[in-house]
Each structure stands twice: as structure tokens, then as C-alpha cells.
Design a protein around this ligand. Structure first.
Ligand SMILES: *Cc1c(COP(=O)(O)O)cnc(C)c1O
Length: 345
């Protein structure tokens, strides 16, 4: 077989695949690394966008899910479960369907983007909207695995982090080096942990001579790591990072420490400005949470001439409500040349 075969096959030597005979894959990964011309100009730097929205279910969660579901299947699991702000449930549902496994997802009632809910339902998962937030959904999912034979596929499952480290591999494979700075949105902090693992493994194997500083960005209303305490009622338009008590909090602090990086906050307005800028000037439609990585660069700046990669974690099509709410509705006009000339002339 020629062409890209999915993450596990392409990066097999970087995984522990004992006991695994077949891979559950949708040929995830190999996403574009786009040079961002206007952003580079604005920041006097060399800025690249890792567009994870082009994964099979539209977010980087697919990288973790191909490994988590492959391993769960190899161990004979029949049902997986997750708590989710949306993208984990979409990915879990997609890969569980591929593996012919059951999938249960717990999502916060009314707080998940429309496209993500649609995906989980159409891929065939059992979707339960709980009257509570993400942190409660995750705790309940964990508890349920004590009572029912289900495997949890949140990023507390170490196979998720393993799969997601390949994002860093791809960046080095394409750039030919590690960037000076990796900028990434932070919710549960699994992905910042995974990228750092990817860079450090490549560095140890001498695939890259240097390591990036890891810059994480949380939304102001959901910034527990920045504030140094859990947030009971996190709020932000960026629902994918609306998390008050990150599961990988400690490892995120280690990443910041080891990489000489930082985790800082950006406001919803700053996130939406970056979201619009990316679509309008770089032709990349990402979801609001993803734009936090760019909002952070625009807010805090970067050293002159630095090579920066922003991880754009999810596809903008997942959240049509936010896109439409931000702009006025298109004019409705009569179907006549005169009416159109009146509008456009
Ligand atoms: C899950 C997710 C995040 C946050 O990733 P963590 O690993 O939870 O920090 C950011 N953006 C999008 C689009 C996501 O789906």
C-alpha cells in the first residue's frame, strides 16, 4: 500500500505495540503545516500553522484516539466512554464505530458546539447531556468505569498522549528542525504534555538539535493553571477549553518548567479577534479554542525573527453558531439584476 497509512503505521517505532495486531485508523495525521504570511509580517517572526482541523473527525483528538481505541480493542474492550467538551466525543465515536465497539459520551448540557454533538450522534455513540460542566462529566465517566465494563478514552488514558505526540514529530519532519516556540491552547493540558513528549523523544533520538519553548494559552474565564487554583464555574466562548480543573495540570507545569515556557491567559475578545484574523488573512477557519494559540502571540508578542508554530487544534465548521453570531446576517435581496446592482453598484 502506498501513501499515508495513518499515525500508528507511519510512526510504529515510536509506540509500544506489544499485543496489537491490527490498527484502528482513519488515516489521521499528516496535517498541513501552513506558512502564515500575514501573521509573520505582523509579528516580525516566522509563523507556521499546524492545521489539526483537517484530521478525519476535525480535531487533533483523532491522533490520540487511533492509539487509545487500537489498544482498547487489542485488550478486548467492547465499549469506550469519555467526558467531553465535544471533540473527544466526536473522535471517540468515530474510532469506536470503525472498531465496531460501543461508545458512551457524557457532554455538558448546552455547552458543546453544534457540529460536535451532531458528529457523536451520527457516528452512533450513546450521547448523554449531563446537567453539569466538563469537569463533572469527566469525573462521572471515571466513576462509571468502576461499575461498568468500559474503557475511558479521555486524555487521562496514557495511550491518548502517546498518539498526540506525533503532532510534534510531523512538525520536525516538515520544518527540518524544532521551532523556537510552540504555541498551543490549553484545556485539560493533555496536548501540551503530548507535544513536549514528542519533541523530547525526537531530540533524544537526534532528529532535532534543539527543543522549543512551550507557550500554552488558556481562556481568561477558564484559566486555572494561570491563576494557580481550580475554577468551579469556568466560562469562555472557546468551549473546547472550558475546563476548570485540568487532568494533566502537574505535567503541564513540568512542561513549562523544562522548556522554559509559560502558560498565560487570553480574553474571549482576543480569541475572537485572532479567530477572525486567521480566517480573513490566512484563510484558515479554526474553532475559537484553537485561535487562543494565535491570540496569545498577538497579545504578548514574540522575539524578533523567531520560528513559531501555532497548533490550530480544531476545525471552524464544528461551531457554526459562534461564526454566525459574530457577524451580521447576509442581506436578503430580490432575485433581480436591479436589486443586485442596488446592493453592489
Ligand atoms: C481538546 C481541545 C483543546 C484542549 O486540549 P487539551 O489537551 O485538553 O489541553 C483545544 N482545542 C480543541 C479544539 C480541543 O478539541
Amino acid at each position: 500500500m502506498t501513501g499515508w497509512r495513518g499515525l500508528i503505521a507511519e510512526y510504529a517505532q515510536w509506540f509500544d505495540l506489544r499485543g496489537v495486531s491490527d490498527f484502528v485508523t482513519l488515516q489521521e495525521g499528516n496535517t498541513p503545516l501552513l506558512y502564515a504570511e500575514r501573521l509573520s509580517e505582523r509579528l516580525s517572526a516566522e509563523v507556521w500553522l499546524k492545521y489539526e482541523g483537517l484530521n478525519p473527525s476535525g480535531s487533533f483528538k483523532d491522533r490520540g484516539m487511533t492509539v487509545a481505541i487500537t489498544k482498547a480493542k487489542a485488550l478486548g474492550a467492547q465499549t469506550v466512554i469519555c467526558g467531553s467538551t465535544g471533540n473527544t466525543s466526536a473522535a471517540a465515536a468515530a474510532y469506536a464505530a470503525r472498531a465496531d465497539m460501543g461508545c458512551v459520551v457524557l457532554v455538558p448540557d448546552g455547552k458543546i458546539a453544534l457540529g460536535k454533538l451532531a458528529q457523536a450522534i451520527v457516528y452512533g455513540a450513546t450521547v448523554l447531556q449531563i446537567r453539569g460542566n466538563f469537569d463533572q462529566a469527566l469525573n462521572l465517566a471515571r466513576e462509571l468505569t468502576q461499575h461498568l465494563p468500559m474503557t475511558i478514552v479521555n486524555s487521562i488514558n496514557p495511550d491518548r498522549i502517546e498518539g498526540q505526540k506525533t503532532g510534534a514529530f510531523e512538525i520536525v519532519d516538515v520544518l527540518g528542525r524544532a521551532p523556537d516556540i510552540l504555541s498551543i491552547p490549553v484545556g485539560n493540558a493533555g496536548n501540551i504534555t503530548a507535544y513536549w513528549r514528542g519533541f523530547t523523544e525526537y531530540h533524544l533520538a537526534q532528529r532535532c538539535a534543539s527543543l522549543p519553548k512551550m507557550w500554552g494559552f488558556q481562556a481568561e474565564g477558564a484559566a486555572p493553571i494561570v491563576l494557580g487554583r481550580p475554577i468551579e464555574n469556568p466560562e469562555t466562548i472557546a468551549t473546547a477549553i472550558r475546563i476548570g480543573n485540568p487532568a494533566s495540570w502537574i505535567s503541564a507545569l513540568e512542561v513549562v518548567h523544562e522548556s522554559l515556557g509559560d502558560i498565560r491567559a487570553v480574553s474571549d475578545d482576543e480569541i475572537l479577534d485572532a479567530y477572525r484574523f486567521l480566517a480573513r488573512y490566512e484563510s484558515v477557519f479554526c474553532e475559537p479554542a484553537s485561535a487562543a494559540s494565535v491570540a496569545g502571540l498577538l497579545k504578548y508578542g514574540v522575539p524578533d525573527g523567531a520560528t513559531v508554530v501555532c497548533v490550530l487544534t480544531g476545525n471552524g465548521l464544528k461551531d457554526p453558531d459562534t461564526a454566525l453570531q459574530m457577524s451580521s446576517a447576509p442581506h436578503v435581496v430580490d432575485a433581480s439584476l436591479a436589486a443586485l446592482l442596488g446592493e453592489l453598484g
